[in-house]
Design a protein around this ligand. Structure first.
Ligand code: ZN
Ligand code: ZN
Ligand code: ZN
Length: 328
């Protein structure tokens, strides 16, 4: 009996299937209706039926046991939902997973790279307004950041720590460094002994908008532009800006200057210090955040440093700012 040479005249889940002759039991029809489908007929073998989705109008093949027992879903509706989620994060669902895992699909990401992704992760990203990160792009970024400081990205770290990678220094020595430290250039080479404290650095002034309150950050880094990007959790919200930077001969000098400035503010203007609870959720830093009204004082301190003030020799920084005043 019952498998026939007759095929359904329309695609079912994008394929053509043969009709299976047999009775459509009433309780099947009712179960299908409860789940949002119309039972059209039987197909393939005695275990399968064809359902029409009331939502999208497409036909789907289901096992009878699924129709009766579980929660049958329309493959076409699921695909449309996944395509919409992908589009929301700038990606495109290209097809099924090449490795055959039904939880995964092949996606083209916003950057153009193609990779397999878990469908659920894509939908979560779309729902949460997150971007899909691309491993290829991230690796390229880490390599670029390392190159700025004379290092080459080699690959995964020897140690079991996701935040570390292995890098090779210009001298040929290889070692593990955390991605964050490499980005900031805060790295000492165990091979040739080059330390970041002996390399040129900068003192910077950054400004941010916290909810309802503008703040500034005084600090040192050999790359304030990177630091600016790195310190903000959501730049579209905090609108950070690099307001001032001055060159300092070595990282060691930069630390001394920066510490002297913070010490001065703490002693003479403690009212300028912003408590951590106010910026904790917006900035990746633990201190060094001041109220915007301290800008004039802090710029004067930076000027003094730029004019040769050495906190190891004198606390009197004011005489170094007057030099600049007479200049201009
Ligand atoms: Zn559907
Ligand atoms: Zn990419
Ligand atoms: Zn080295």
């Amino acid at each position: 009996m019952p498998i026939t040479d007759t095929y359904y005249a329309f695609p079912i889940d994008r394929q053509m299937y043969p009709v299976f002759k047999g009775k459509n039991h009433k309780h099947w029809t009712e179960a299908a209706r409860r789940h949002g489908f119309t039972l059209i007929g039987r197909a393939v073998d005695r275990l399968h039926v064809v359902l029409e989705c009331k939502n999208c109008g497409d036909a789907t093949l289901k096992r009878i046991s699924v129709v009766l027992g579980h929660n049958p879903e329309c493959g076409n509706c699921i695909r449309k939902r996944r395509e919409a989620a992908a589009a929301k994060v700038g990606a495109t669902l290209l097809g099924p997973d090449p490795k055959g895992d039904r939880h995964y699909g092949t996606y083209q990401l916003k950057c153009g790279h193609v990779d397999r992704r878990q469908h659920e992760r894509v939908e979560d990203a779309a729902a949460g307004g997150h971007a899909l990160s691309c491993e290829t792009c991230t690796t390229e970024q880490h390599a670029t950041e390392a190159a700025e400081h004379g290092w080459t990205l080699i690959g995964p770290a020897a140690r079991n720590d996701q935040s570390y990678r292995q890098y090779e220094h210009e001298c040929g020595h290889k070692q593990d460094v955390s991605v964050g430290n490499m980005r900031a250039g805060d790295v000492n080479c165990a091979g040739c002994g080059e330390t970041w404290t002996s390399k040129p650095s900068k003192i910077y002034l950054l400004s941010f908008m916290l909810p309802n309150v503008p703040v500034i950050k005084l600090g040192y880094s050999n790359n304030p532009t990177f630091r600016l990007r790195q310190v903000q959790l959501d730049p579209s919200e905090t609108h950070g800006n690099l307001d001032r930077e001055i060159d300092v001969e070595t990282g060691h000098d930069a630390i001394c200057l920066e510490k002297a400035m913070h010490r001065y503010i703490k002693t003479h203007r403690p009212d300028l210090i912003v408590e951590r609870v106010h910026f904790d959720e917006h900035l990746r830093t633990t201190s060094e955040i001041y109220h915007e009204r301290g800008r004039a004082l802090i710029l004067a301190l930076i000027d003094a440093a730029d004019n040769g003030w050495n906190p190891n020799q004198t606390d009197n920084w004011q005489q170094f700012t007057s030099l600049r005043d007479t200049d201009s």
